[in-house]
Write a protein that binds this ligand. Sequence first.
Ligand code: F1P
Length: 366
Amino acid sequence: MKNFEDGFSITYQEIIRQQSGWKKALEDLKKEKIKHLEILNQFKDKVWVFTGCGTSFYLAQTASNLFEMLTGIPTKAVPSSEILIYPKLVLNPVTQYLLVPISRSGTSTEVVKAAQKVKKEFSIPILAVSCDANSQLIKNSDFNLTFPFEKEQSVVMTGSFTTMLLSIIHLASLLVDDEELVNKLKNLADESHRIMKKFESRIMEIANDNNLNHFVFLGQGPFLGLANEAALKIQEMSISLSQSYHTLEFRHGPKSTASDNTLITILLSESGKAYEAHLADDMKTLGTKTFILQGENYSNLCDKSHYLINVPANYGDIFNSFMYLPLLQLLGYYKALSKNINPDNPKNLSAVVTFETKYDGDHENQ
Ligand code: F1P
């Protein structure tokens, strides 16, 4: 068995193979078009509640914004634990919902219990999204989005995030009669892989700046979920201090912790790029280093950033997540290597989080 000491990393392999996985998933999802359109038509007048745990919650945040931007269907995103603990803050009695639990394994305790609780106590239908078509979550659901997926051996989620997100974008695209959207979906995997390989050395350069030990990731709208995920990745893989916020929120207090050991990464959006670029320039006065990810058609809004990666023009706020995230996953991976930490074996973590509870569905067992 090859291992980290031999220079092999399963996490790295799973990061760089993810785009080929997208192609396989899309091919399979296309065959389910009729079934998926039926789901959309049955629930397009409901509020779609996306939920998950850890990385899958950040995926839920990103997916809910992108799904609503594409379809106009109202959505919200909550951690599955909130459904268990404060269900009435998530689900009100006058609104009709569809629950969309998201889980790589389909077995994390909170997400499985949340789906059971919602179905049993609130009679809300479940559309589950998982990389494991045979998981408990899928078996307990009314509908599902599953696809062929090479099971991840790594603890941290990488391609599972982007492939499950892509399955949700594909579902949304069925409601949008837009040829340009279909073409972007078709070209996305090749373009993302090209960008990932083109800028891998730039990411290594950033990760090897040993003066940087505090990482802030900023994003608005669908890029907040991505910023949260990027912060978690660098924490999990490299045991580094990281924070994430709505981009413009950073000025309102959190910037007090910024120093010349800080790297502020801004995931620029089409909608907010002027505001976000201005913040990037502001931050330079704090002595921090800035790393901007943006569409190349955003022109030189951030010509003062220390690090800048331009992704292909016109993929915009719907698809730039798929350009940005593989690079941010590599940042966490190479930061781990720079600290001689094995990203395949994150401290205190397991690939799936399950635990026994006193609670059995809707009442406490004494
Ligand atoms: C999600 C999760 C990840 C975490 C780690 C363990 O599990 O908790 O968020 O980063 O990889 O698994 P799942 O419900 O998506 O399987």
